[in-house]
Design a binder for this molecule. Structure first.
Ligand SMILES: [Fe+2]
Length: 286
């Protein structure tokens, strides 16, 4: 091992992981070491640059908290989260596409009955979101758990905004016997991912913006089906084709349709005008 040089050091390191117990972990470590070493050779990495990278990760750890995971943001803006989603969507065969979980999910939101209200005292344009949870063939699934979260009118999630009450614009809901889910909420707005940490510094240094098109997050699970996270995007949002985290898919860009009928609005305890989103989720077997 003393005769190492820039060409053979990769093999020397790989020799030391021969006894990794998990075959999957061994595959991942092997590829990671190869790619990292090739990367260093390709860019002729200097010790100072590598230290800068390590300091970047240190700062990402420092700014992270139970409410904020900077590493998820960094993964998202580099497109790695979306790439992993795309790889897991292979063979989806009509099932709803996944779209990044993102850093703002919180476990254990309040339970709402189908038809429940998320608007409460929030400012914004009122609307109703509804549809079914189905299998890949469109057969309804009863008792599927939907976890739903979105930003308020100011573009902030409640866990990033001390002015919102805890749990604002978050809920869990079970689909009914016909697979139906429905809730009223305010229209989501486009927002910027946090720019005040190393993830934001990286975006800035790349000459990129931090905007995401307006969306509502969903996490779905049902017995016998593969759990998934996805997002529904406002189709005509100005950032729909330049999402900072590469989450948009054609199948997830949906019409938020305006309805001016007071009678229709009254069915949902809303005032006209209001907007309507209809979307059926399709889950894959576990
Ligand atoms: Fe989001």
């Amino acid at each position: 091992m003393r005769n190492m040089n820039e060409s053979n050091i990769t093999e020397e390191v790989l020799n030391t992981i021969e006894h990794t117990q998990s075959p999957r972990l061994k595959t991942i470590f092997t590829a990671m070491i190869r790619h990292l070493h090739d990367f260093a050779r390709e860019v002729e990495l200097t010790p100072q640059e590598w230290f800068t990278a390590m300091d970047f990760l240190y700062r990402a750890g420092q700014i992270s908290s139970p409410q904020r995971n900077e590493f998820i943001l960094i993964s998202d803006v580099l497109g790695v989260s979306s790439l992993a989603d795309m790889l897991s969507d292979r063979g989806a065969d009509g099932a709803t596409e996944t779209s990044a979980l993102g850093p703002f999910f919180v476990e254990g939101a309040k339970m709402l009955k189908p038809g429940g209200d998320l608007i409460e005292s929030n400012e914004g344009e009122p609307g109703v979101v509804m549809g079914h949870v189905c299998d890949q063939k469109g057969q309804p699934i009863e008792g599927a758990m939907l976890e739903i979260w979105q930003t308020a009118h100011n573009g902030l999630y409640e866990n990033m905004d001390p002015n919102q009450r805890e749990g604002n614009l978050r809920c869990r809901m079970l689909s009914d016997k016909d697979g139906v889910y429905r809730f009223t909420t305010v229209k989501p707005v486009s927002y910027k991912v946090p720019e005040d940490g190393p993830g934001g510094d990286m975006l800035l240094s790349m000459g990129r913006h931090a905007w995401r098109p307006a969306h509502i997050h969903f996490k779905l699970s049902a017995e016998g089906y593969r759990p998934m996270a996805t997002q529904l995007y406002v189709e005509d949002d100005q950032y729909i084709d330049e999402d900072a985290v590469f989450g948009v898919r054609n199948s997830l860009a949906v019409g938020f349709k305006r309805n001016d009928s007071a009678d229709e609005a009254a069915k949902y305890n809303l005032q006209a005008p209001f907007w309507v989103v209809e979307y059926d989720f399709r889950l894959r077997p576990a």
